[in-house]
Structure formats: C-alpha cells, structure tokens
Design a protein around this ligand. Structure first.
Ligand code: 8YV
Length: 325
C-alpha cells in the first residue's frame, strides 16, 4: 500500500515503516513543498502519514479520492475535518499518551517560569541589567505553594499537569471538562467546577482541552475580566483558544498577572507581536512534545497505525472508529 510520509520521523518509526513488506513508502525529494506539490504526492497514496499542520478538509478529500487513511504525528486533530473523513470512511489516527508527560512538563515549566519571571530575569542578565545594588522590593515573583490550579480540559495531559502541581506545590485542583472524572477527583482531591467558577477561582489556569474552531477566542476580554489579578494563564494546547489582543490588554492593565504560552495564533508567532514586548510572559515555540522520548513514541505509534491499516488490522489509536460500524 502506498504511504506518503511528508517528513522523516524518528528512527523507531522509520524502522517500522521501512521494514514492512506491505508498505511502499513515498517521501518527497524536497523539504519545502508548495501546496500543489504536496497535493500531488497525496494523490498518489492510500495512506497519508502526516507530520505538521497540513489541512485535511472537504476540499482535500475531493482532490485526493484515493486516500483511505490519515495517520497523524500529533495528538491534536483540529486540522482534520473528522466528520467529513468519517462520511467517506477514511480512518484518522493520532498519537495520544506518548506525549502527555512531555507536554504537561512544558505547562509545569511555564507556570514556574512565569511565577518567577524567568524569561524577564534572564533578559536582565543577557542585557547587562543585573543590578548589583539589590532592591528587595523589586521584580518579585509569586509562590505557587497552596495556590489553586484550574485545569481546562482534564484529559491525559491535563491530568499529568494536575498531578505534578498537586504533589510538587500542594496546589488545590479544580477543573472544567465535558465530562466529570470521578476517579481523578478522588485521586487528586480535585473539584469539578463550571467554566465561570474555573475562571474566577484559579490562581493558575492551564488550558489542555481538545481544540475545535467553535472554541476560537474562548479566552477573551470577558473571561480575563473575571480572572484574579494574580492569575497566570498557561496554554500548551492550541493558540486559537486565546484572543491575543485581549490577553495583551489583560496583561498590560493588570487584569491578570502573567501568561505562559507554548502555542500561539498564528504559528510561528510574528516577531512583531505586542506580547513579545511584555515582561510578564514566557513564550516557547510549540515544544510540548519535543523530547527524544515523546517524539520516538509518536513516531512508533504513527507507524503502528499505518502498518495496522496496511495489514487490515485494528488501528491502535483511531480517532473515528465509527467508520467501521
Ligand atoms: C506536535 C502537537 O509537535 O501533538 C500535538 O497535537 O501539537 C505537538 O505534539 C505537532 O503537532 C507536530 O506535528
């Protein structure tokens, strides 16, 4: 079966794909494909093994009628029109679990970086503004011990973030989610709250939900107005959740205290973004899953999904199992 792999993935996955007799791997000759060149490759394949944010919408499916499965190198699938894929019986798989620890580590890192003004302070060192004459009242951070972590989206990544925060800083955990999770409530003494309560009560509000376009700008001026003035906003999910003009206004007017972002809208973030001029932010270039371990796990899982489809076996992490009903 012809498989179009747009980028070379870590060894663990390449080995599986290259070792299979059922798979004929197509790889592009150049790194930077135009949309048309990319589509030309996709048209030749039955399975698309995709790294990155290419869009798989109705138009894509119309143009590539031979495609039968899409194996993503990500847990998020907001760039795929799942209903449209399901209608056409196209299988879509993602890479959950293997990146939960790595991604939640970045949320945890950002929470601490913002609380202790790490990037601002590093800039002081870098630019020769490390003042030998200590002012004990200047540039103070805040402690996280005993504060309240609000988790928006208590899935696998949200759970890992809650666990770390609970055990490292004895934080109280509140969460908002589509469904309640009684087991996690019991384990972490976590409390389910409404969206408004989450926003109003959290000292740190960390976004971990699955993104869909209806949630664009969910975190906007009206939400920031309800948040605590000492609140830290963390986003390692998708940039689209946050209205960046509104968060800039909230950060500069003192409505919230700081923000740590591993995802932005658009990505890459424009170097002209006003957010980059602020001292109470820490911004990273979407590195949530960027560890050897997580990326190897993602590569292996993506390859296992591809092989399962090619060998007519159940795909380990299918997003739309309804296609087989
Ligand atoms: C990836 C991600 O880095 O898994 C996701 O949803 O956003 C990240 O892990 C990115 O999608 C690369 O394909």
């Amino acid at each position: 079966m012809k498989v179009f792999l747009n980028k070379t993935i870590p060894q663990a996955g390449m080995r599986l794909l290259q070792g299979s007799t059922k798979v004929e791997l197509i790889q592009p000759t150049s790194e930077n494909l135009s949309k048309e060149e990319w589509l030309d490759y996709c048209r030749q394949a039955a399975i698309i093994a995709n790294v990155g944010k290419n869009t798989f919408d109705k138009d894509f499916f119309d143009q590539c009628p031979n495609v039968k499965a899409i194996a993503l190198f990500s847990v998020g699938y907001d760039h795929v029109a799942i209903e449209e894929a399901s209608k056409r019986k196209i299988a879509v798989t993602n890479t959950p679990n293997v990146l939960s620890k790595a991604t939640s580590d970045v949320a945890f890192l950002l929470m601490q970086a913002v609380a202790r003004k790490a990037s601002y302070n590093f800039d002081k060192v870098r630019t020769g503004k490390w003042d030998a004459d200590l002012d004990p009242t200047e540039d103070l951070g805040q402690q996280l011990y005993g504060k309240t972590l609000g988790v928006f989206g208590l899935g696998r990544i949200g759970y890992e973030m809650a666990k770390k925060s609970k055990y490292a800083f004895d934080m109280d955990i509140i969460y908002h989610n589509r469904n309640r999770n009684h087991q996690i409530e019991k384990e972490l003494d976590a409390q389910y709250v409404s969206f408004n309560e989450l926003v109003q009560l959290a000292d740190v509000l960390s976004i971990h939900a699955n993104y869909s376009y209806e949630q664009e700008n969910l975190f906007n001026r009206a939400v920031f107005e309800q948040m605590k003035s000492n609140a830290i906003l963390i986003n390692t999910a998708r940039g689209g959740f946050i209205n960046e003009d509104d968060v800039y206004e909230a950060l500069t007017s003192g409505k919230i205290w700081g923000a740590g972002l591993d995802v932005t809208n658009p990505e890459p973030m424009k170097t002209t973004s006003a957010l980059l001029s602020l001292s109470n932010v820490c911004i990273l270039p979407h590195i949530g899953s960027a560890t050897e371990e997580a990326r190897n796990g993602m590569a292996e899982l993506m390859a296992q999904n591809v092989l399962a489809f090619a060998e007519n076996r159940e795909m380990p992490t299918i997003v739309n199992p309804e296609i087989y009903l």
